[in-house]
Design a protein around this ligand. Structure first.
Ligand code: N01
Length: 538
């Protein structure tokens, strides 16, 4: 055993994004706990620290994609655009961290690779890649749901001598696309945002698409000076609207079914909402995710839009999704995505017709023998979502049980917040909670508040140990699956919601699909009942 100094604290939080920062504030300033964050990067931001690819921007509206726990912050910070760009969110989180004096309680540049529950001492023992050791009574993961970059295996990729970038781990410097031939692999939200921006600069852009995606125009714009003063005069209204909705956005679908609305009226509604743009288009009717007939109508509406925008009919056909209902994969919102395919320097390569076979020095080679000569290869291939970043922590719970073994058939959690066999561990926006189906800051604040309230309860009752009961986690996990099966969501057979984008990952629908509003009530009922479903001891 080395004599290395162990940094012990009452609570440790892993990750300094939206969730970690707020959790630190609550534990330190509300519960007076000795709490610290451990963060792999050299700055705060989490997802927004790493995802700085061209065009990176949030799809929640800026005045809703921010903290609501502190009115002073809401009043002081002025957003400049309808949807905040990566840099603005990163600046915002730095401003919050400075305002709340959080940075002094963050260990930066420390990536945790092992977390071990010491049953004898009843503490978590953490080791970082640099070999430092930390320990704590309570451990809270704030590692994000979309943080573990998916790097698909491509034969002979190592032979490629050009530049390779991953949207999820973008370098902290300007990448020069001018006079370069570029290939982007992937047409999820990241690819759909990056492609139009890269196309404007690159000599030639090849978009390598495996599955076409629905996308709705974002209609981003600068916010007028008056927006902020109007917004802050109604903070309480915005807060209530968001917490009262399924997705944590300040709107909900009106109680009307597309399948019961006549053709003229529904076309007018869809046209109107298409013009307004953004994710609220999905909320045009309340049966889109429940009824196949209704979904097919809205899906066909978007396909028609693609045909109207894209000049070449063959390209329009290739860009039109037919393999999944709209909204069953996370719907991207875009700025000039489909329009980009009308440019002379952009070519769509349909990998469904001919998949990637391999690479060589300066080419991507397809199965049909076609060779695409490129200087830069951009992977917009997504993430090992929801479980990937948790499993990378090397969590070992009671009796030496490893998280990856416990979750071999899919993630089992209680409320998405706790895992049997892993005492004193809380997972902010873990699998089994609404998280990725919502405007994330609302789900994050709800989880952090709930965890903070639970820890206060433990402190007040002189309890020191807590663990989710296996039976309650089993029931919760089944319930999450049942809810998903009542919707069309599992019909997108290859979506990352199901883990289907990662070879070998169990296919389980991971997020809770019954709405943030209902989920919040269920969590409150558990708390009001004295934290039913948990073993609590001193
Ligand atoms: O990742 P994705 P993403 N060969 O998994 C393709 C959030 N987000 O980073 O569909 C070729 O959605 C894959 O093809 P297929 C948001 O929640 C939010 O874009 O599996 N192609 C797909 O086209 C989002 O949903 C914002 O057939 C391969 C693409 O890569 C989530 O992050 C912005 C491949 C991956 O799409 C993830 O989005 C960005 C392979 N081997 C992200 N492997 C905003 O707030 C994968 N693909 C706006």
């Amino acid at each position: 055993m080395s004599n290395q100094k162990i940094q012990h604290h009452e609570a440790l939080i892993i990750g300094a994004g939206f969730s970690g920062l707020y959790q630190l504030y609550c534990l330190r300033d509300q519960l007076n706990l000795d709490a610290k964050i451990i963060e792999a990067a050299d700055g705060v931001g989490g997802t927004w620290y790493w995802n700085r690819y061209p065009g990176a921007r949030c799809d929640s509206e800026s005045h809703t994609y921010c903290y609501y726990f502190n009115d002073e912050i809401l009043k002081e910070w002025k957003w400049s655009e309808r949807y905040p760009a990566q840099e603005e969110i990163q600046n915002y989180l730095n401003y919050c961290a400075d305002k709340l004096s959080l940075k002094k309680d963050i260990y930066f540049n420390e990536r945790i690779c092992s977390c071990f529950w010491d049953e004898h001492k009843e503490i978590w023992s953490l080791t970082s890649e640099s070999g430092k050791i930390y320990s704590s009574k309570f451990l809270i993961t704030a590692v994000g749901c979309l943080s573990s970059t998916n790097k698909p295996e491509i034969s002979q990729l190592s032979a490629f001598e050009g530049e390779i970038y991953y949207t999820g781990e973008w370098p902290h410097k300007k990448i020069e696309f001018r006079n370069k031939s570029v290939a982007v692999i992937g047409t999820g939200s990241s690819g759909i945002q990056a492609i139009p921006v890269i196309a404007e600069e690159a000599k030639q852009l090849f978009v390598l698409q495996r599955t076409p995606n629905f996308s709705v125009p974002a209609r981003n714009h600068k916010l007028e000076e008056s927006f902020h003063s109007e917004f802050i005069s109604k903070i309480e209204m915005w807060r209530e609207k968001m917490f009262d909705s399924r997705h944590g956005h300040p709107w909900k679908a009106p109680p009307r079914k597309l399948c019961e609305t006549d053709e003229r009226e529904r076309s007018a509604i869809l046209e109107n909402n298409w013009e307004k743009g953004g994710l609220r288009f999905r909320e045009s009717f309340d049966d889109i995710i429940l009824d196949e007939y209704s979904n097919e109508i809205i899906s066909e509406f978007i396909r028609k839009k693609i045909y109207e925008i894209v000049e070449d009919a063959e390209t329009a056909k290739s860009l039109s999704p037919v393999d999944h209902p709209f909204g069953t994969k996370r719907p991207p919102i875009d700025t000039n995505y489909f329009e980009t395919f009308n440019r002379n320097n952009v070519e769509l390569i349909n990998l469904k017709n001919s998949p990637i076979k391999s690479c060589d020095k300066n080419e991507i080679i397809l199965e049909d023998g076609k060779k695409i000569s490129v200087d830069i290869l951009v992977f917009a291939t997504g993430f090992d979502a929801m479980t990937g970043s948790l499993q990378k922590l090397g969590l070992i719970g009671k009796n030496g049980i490893r998280l990856e073994d416990f979750w071999r058939s899919g993630p089992q959690t209680y409320l998405g917040l706790a895992i049997p066999n892993f005492p004193n561990l809380f997972t902010i926006t873990g699998p089994g909670s609404p998280s990725v189906l919502t405007n994330m800051p609302r789900s994050i604040e709800q989880h952090v508040d709930w965890i903070t309230q639970f820890l206060r309860y433990l402190m007040n009752s002189n309890m020191t140990k807590v663990e989710a009961k296996a039976i309650d986690a089993e029931n919760w996990t089944e319930y999450v699956t049942e809810i998903a099966n009542k919707t069309l969501m599992p019909k997108a057979g290859h979506s990352w919601y199901l883990g289907a984008n990662i070879p070998g990952k169990p296919r389980v629908f991971m997020p809770y699909a019954n709405g943030l509003n209902n989920y919040r009530d269920e969590c409150e009922t558990v708390a009001a009942g004295g934290y039913t479903g948990f073993k609590i001891s001193s």
